[in-house]
Design a protein around this ligand. Structure first.
Ligand SMILES: [Mg+2]
Length: 187
């Protein structure tokens, strides 16, 4: 008797993708910032970060999760912000983000399905195609939005990371417990 063909594999739902996430990997320009780069007289780069992304990442770490940065540019302020928020690894000057991403997977002993990556532009595309939860910011380029499993309501630099942290932790049932702890003890 002929064996019935197995049913076609259905892609994971957004809920299932979120449930598996332990590591957040973030692009910087256009994600943690709105994309603007200000040059000081001495040539130093200045960037504007959103304070709610900072508190979102503190909640993320309180929930026992990790977050890393990967950026094609190199700027001391990125190192300062990463240290402030306890983000690591931080890869700056990444000519090829997929290679940098694979290094991060090795360093953190993570599997792709455990990783959410947030990007906004074409250099992010290869990584978005190799992670468990691909996230595009609201004002990402069309190709990045098309490749994403989730497009944020917020634009780059406007609390994107806070939105993604809440989305994932709510799916994992971990958002409310952290909020309750904060209500009692402060962050
Ligand atoms: Mg970018």
């Amino acid at each position: 008797m002929e064996r019935a063909a197995p049913p076609p594999a259905t892609p994971p739902t957004l809920q299932q993708r979120c449930t598996a996430i332990d590591l957040l990997v973030l692009d910087v320009d256009g994600v943690l910032t709105a994309g603007g780069i200000v040059y000081a007289d001495d040539g130093a780069e200045l960037k504007t970060f959103h304070v709610r992304d900072g508190s979102g990442l503190k909640v993320w770490r309180q929930a026992g999760k990790r977050a890393a940065l990967v950026t094609g540019r190199t700027s001391p302020v990125v190192g300062v912000r990463a240290a402030e928020l306890g983000l690591e690894p931080v890869v700056q000057g990444a000519a090829d983000k997929l290679t940098a991403y694979r290094d991060i997977l090795t360093q953190t002993a993570s599997r792709p399905e455990q990783v959410a990556y947030v990007g906004d532009d074409l250099p992010d595309l290869p990584v978005l195609l190799h992670c468990g939860l691909a996230v595009a910011v609201a004002d990402a380029c069309a190709e990045v939005r098309a490749a994403a499993h989730y497009v944020t309501r917020a634009g780059g630099g406007r609390g994107v990371v806070r939105e993604v942290v809440e989305l994932i932790l709510r799916c994992q049932g971990a958002w409310q417990p952290v909020v309750e702890r904060l209500r009692e003890a402060g962050l």
